[in-house]
Design a protein around this ligand. Structure first.
Ligand code: NDP
Length: 290
């Protein structure tokens, strides 16, 4: 039997409706949650993401603002802007779209954002808070979205063997931290993992986030496993009018024949990322009231 689809579009819609309700309640208390996104340069993919974030904020009834800076902006100027946003009480969430131009140190940018406004969850203070299970910490949006997808799909995480493929700071590592907090037994694989297919075959739940198109094939997946595909890859496709198609890190056609549940790409994890960003921003605005 083919795997059941985990519909990220539908789950993201639920989360965004919840965010809109919470926003309305805050507005009634005199606070409009505000997210400011800073985009340095003109990277086309980043411009698309930033527009989508602003639009989602506005649809939820929040203040969504984008500040666009030229690619030549000196690091000091960007840091001074972050200082102003940190001090602005109408701004509850600050996000500097990555990647920043090469002359800017991304870590200096992350460290400058006040942890209470770091709705991306990349500041070391938030990384630490999430690790030790402190509720005030902001978890990065993509792994937080994966946890909501698993929950809404009725997948029990506690006690399960979960393999996370990838150890980046934005997906793999925070994914591990959230899964451990949810009482999973977690194994992390990366480019130095020996005999990766046999490790992956031990997974009751597999989370793939390596940025390698269709890397995970059916023979690497235990029958009945739940497969979450975080990957978003563009591959050339002459049959497509755009000349390319999007695919994940999982070979969807093959793996969906052995898995019990699977996320598609697009329409799986992707829509959850923005939904969780909105959720973090509402939380930031709420924490400001406490
Ligand atoms: P990174 O490139 O930062 O990290 C990739 C990780 O995968 C690294 O830990 C790397 O190992 C590991 N890796 C790469 N190749 C292999 C391999 N052949 N075998 C084993 N491990 C390997 O990627 P990100 O974490 O930023 O993103 C991963 C994917 O998720 C991408 O496709 C990205 O587009 C997508 N993504 C999707 C989002 C969404 O909203 N759905 C949001 C963010 C990312 P090592 O550390 O040893 O180098």
């Amino acid at each position: 039997m083919p795997a059941e689809l985990i519909d990220g579009v539908a789950v993201a819609k639920l989360v965004r409706a919840e965010v809109a309700r919470d926003t309305q309640a805050l507005v009634e208390r005199g606070v409009t949650p505000g997210l400011t996104v800073v985009l340095v340069g003109e990277d086309p993919a980043s411009a698309v993401y930033v527009r989508a974030k602003e639009k989602a904020c506005i649809e939820a009834g929040m203040n969504g603002k984008t500040i666009r800076l030229p690619a030549t902006t000196p690091q000091d100027e960007l840091l001074a802007l972050i200082d102003r946003l940190n001090a602005d009480t109408t701004v509850h969430g600050i996000l500097v779209q990555m990647p920043v131009p090469k002359h800017i140190d991304p870590q200096a940018v992350i460290l400058r954002i006040a942890p209470t406004k770091d709705v991306d969850g990349f500041h070391p203070v938030n990384v630490g808070r999430v690790w030790i299970g402190e509720k005030s910490g902001f978890a990065p949006c993509t792994p937080a979205g994966v946890m909501v997808l698993l929950e809404k799909a009725g997948v029990e995480v506690s006690g399960k063997n979960v393999v996370v493929l990838g150890r980046s700071n934005i997906v793999g590592k925070p994914m591990v931290s959230l899964l451990v907090a949810a009482s999973a037994t977690v194994t992390v694989c990366h480019s130095k993992t020996r005999d990766l297919p046999s490790v992956v075959r031990g997974a009751d739940i597999l989370i793939a986030a390596i940025g390698r198109p269709e890397f995970v094939t059916a023979d690497m997946v235990k029958p009945g496993a739940v497969v979450i595909d975080v990957g978003i890859n563009r591959v050339d496709d002459a049959t497509n009018a755009k000349g390319y198609r999007l695919c994940g890190d999982v070979h969807f056609a093959g793996v969906s024949a052995v898995a019990s549940k699977i996320t598609p790409v697009p329409g799986g994890v992707g829509p959850m990322t923005i939904a969780m960003l909105l959720k973090n921003t509402v939380r930031a605005a709420t924490q400001g009231l406490d």
